[in-house]
Ligand binder design. Structure first.
Ligand SMILES: Nc1nc2c(ncn2[C@@H]2O[C@H](COP(=O)(O)OP(=O)(O)OP(=O)(O)O)[C@@H](O)[C@H]2O)c(=O)[nH]1
Ligand SMILES: O=C([O-])CC(=O)C(=O)O
Ligand SMILES: [Mn+2]
Length: 573
């Protein structure tokens, strides 16, 4: 602490206790200096708008580094810098950077405060906006500090918004030192260090050493009419549907029959084997930092209800009477002001930034699962991988076993989204949705995943989904959202050995009558593309997967190469 203060030279130091009084004082201060703008108190009580710097609206993967002693340990999947060089580079930026500002010390706990699966950290930041967000996203304050004092070990995070200059911006990770240094951005995954930096990049590294998994996954409980709940963990890349699936509302007929959906987590999942051999998962977060555009009463009513009060909106548009607005909200209102604060002009782009977000406490979600507080976590019945694939990839298939499932995850591809800076809609490999978040070499990561298949393990079944298949007209073929429960029902049926499947080289696909499609109208084209298996296309896909795995050289586990070869062989027949 003294060292950090000596380097950054703040005017004042504030230890965050997480109390309501502290929060109110910070919010009043941010309202006074314009960091937060109050929203319509009638329609959005306790809610605020934050406009970030227009050059600071998303994660910056090209400026994000994993700084292990050996470059090979970070792997080809990460940007790497030698630790000494990286420290020197950012420390020079941190030098004196908090002059005239207050330094906030945020002790936080990722996961239920009393869970053996939880891990703590301390983020030091000069951004009150970060403090306000961390208060919603983590268990922050006195309880976390007490646990840190008891345990001794914690992740150290240093953050400054600096000058918000994209030329002076770095997100540096030192997994071997359990340290994060983030400079020059105030945005989400770059600045709320408990989230991507700690709970994914540093935690994945720790998890490998300690025998658990830190994943970019939602966790959702599906309760059937018999009252039995199965928990599913699903990895989709950023802005590819985790929040939506986690908060799904069952279609009408399912609701009538008594199906219920319970939200445990919407972005991050920490899992480890329990005494009974099953994988148990916790959500390390306490809130949602969700994508606003596209959220509507039709697509995600639970999210809309969740963000009715006590919510921080970042980079959304405003109506004339200060209600938040975004594309796809569809509530009959019109935007008056865009996310930059200018009068809305459709020729100048969307009213909300495509990566506009809301930050809100998880407990406000109507489908929030009390099991999210269970220190033991929830047992996982199925793991789902999925991406945004306009062509080739069917609605759902099931891996034949764990090793095949690991290959399905490793081979994931998806079209890029606005969650990170750079081109949108470009297909890239995003293994297990962890391309931007794995804190070590993917070859070792796949090896770690494979290692869970051992005597006594009762591993979940593994599936792959694609909600984003498009028809010749360029429109989505599958209705998605609530109707995704139909696919989850099939998965649970497979877990229980009850639902039918057809074997193909890529895995088991549902038989025509295995999925409940009552009330869904699909064209012949849709049926063929959503439930079909395209041998020629998959042959080319597997060649590309083989090349991708080869890119990791001899460190890639042979078992995974063998599995790719086995399926490539089946496809060649
Ligand atoms: N067509 C279609 N779009 C969907 C579906 N589910 C989600 N989306 C859209 O995908 C976008 C992002 O979805 P989210 O659920 O917020 O993404 P996420 O995976 O939680 O994203 P991160 O918070 O960035 O990790 C939104 O524009 C949604 O409307 C679906 O089933 N079908
Ligand atoms: O990290 C962020 O800014 C938001 C997020 O969940 C993602 O990009 O996957
Ligand atoms: Mn995410």
């Amino acid at each position: 602490m003294a060292e950090v203060a000596a380097l950054t030279r703040p005017d004042a130091i504030h230890w965050c206790d997480g109390s309501d009084e502290e929060s109110e004082a910070l919010i009043a201060q941010m309202q006074a200096d314009g960091t937060l703008l109050p929203l319509n108190a009638e329609t959005n009580p306790g809610s605020w708008l934050h406009r970030s710097h227009p050059d600071d609206v998303a994660r910056v993967e090209h400026l994000t580094f994993v700084c292990t002693r050996e470059q090979a340990d970070a792997g080809p999947n990460n940007h790497w810098m030698a630790p000494d060089e990286a420290h020197a580079k950012v420390d020079a930026l941190f030098d004196g950077c908090m002059r005239g500002r207050t330094l906030y010390v945020i002790p936080y706990c990722m996961g239920p405060i009393d869970s053996p699966l939880s891990r703590c950290g301390v983020e030091i930041t000069d951004s009150p906006y970060v403090v306000a967000n961390m208060r919603l996203m983590t268990r922050m304050g006195a309880d976390a500090l007490a646990r840190i004092e008891r345990e001794g070990a914690f992740v150290k995070g240093l953050h400054s918004i600096g000058e918000l200059d994209p030329e002076r911006r770095f997100i540096m990770h030192f997994p071997e030192e359990l340290t994060i240094k983030s400079y020059g951005s105030g945005y989400g995954g770059n600045a709320l260090l408990g989230k991507k930096c700690h709970a994914l990049r540093i935690a994945s590294f720790q998890a490998r050493n300690e025998g658990w998994l830190a994943e970019h996954m939602l966790i959702v409980g599906i309760e059937n009419p018999q009252g039995e709940t199965h928990y599913v963990a699903a990895a989709f890349p950023s802005a590819c549907g985790k929040t939506n699936l986690a908060m799904l509302i069952p279609p009408e007929g399912y609701r009538r029959d008594g199906w219920k959906v319970w939200t445990v987590g919407d972005d991050i999942c920490w899992m480890r084997p329990g005494a009974d051999g099953r994988l148990y998962a916790i959500n390390p977060e306490a809130g949602y930092f969700g994508v606003a555009p596209g959220t509507s009463a039709k697509s995600n009513p639970n999210a809309l209800e969740t963000i009715r009060k006590n919510t921080i909106f970042t980079n959304v548009g405003l109506t004339a009477d200060e209600q938040p607005w975004w594309e796809g909200l569809d509530n009959g209102q019109q935007p008056a002001t865009d996310w930059r604060g200018n009068a809305y002009d459709p020729d100048q782009g969307p009213a909300a930034h495509p990566n506009a977000r809301f930050t809100v406490s998880a407990k406000q979600c109507p489908s929030w699962s009390p099991m999210a507080e269970d220190p033991q976590g929830v047992p996982i019945s199925a793991i789902v991988f999925g991406g945004r694939r306009a062509s080739l990839v069917p609605l759902v298939f099931e891996a034949r076993d764990w090793t095949h499932g690991v290959l399905v995850g490793a081979a994931m591809g998806s079209e890029t989204t606005a969650a990170a800076t750079g081109a949108v809609g470009v297909m890239r490999r995003d293994p297990m949705a962890m391309k931007p978040f794995c804190g070590y070499n993917f070859a070792d990561y796949f090896g770690h995943w494979l290692s869970f298949d051992k005597t006594g393990a009762k591993l979940p079944k593994v599936f792959h989904v694609n909600w984003f298949r498009k028809g010749d007209d360029g429109k989505f073929l599958w209705p998605g959202f609530g109707d995704n429960l139909r696919v989850l029902e099939w998965m649970i049926g497979r877990v229980k050995g009850e639902a039918g499947g057809v074997e193909t080289p890529i895995g088991h696909l549902p038989t025509a009558d295995a999925l409940n499609l009552d009330g869904v109208t699909l064209s012949e084209e849709a049926k063929a593309k959503l439930f079909g298996f395209e041998r020629t296309g998959w042959k080319a896909e597997f060649d590309s997967i083989g090349e991708y795995l080869d890119g990791y050289g001899p460190r890639m586990p042979q078992a995974l190469r063998d599995e790719q070869q086995r399926i490539a062989g089946l496809l060649a027949d």
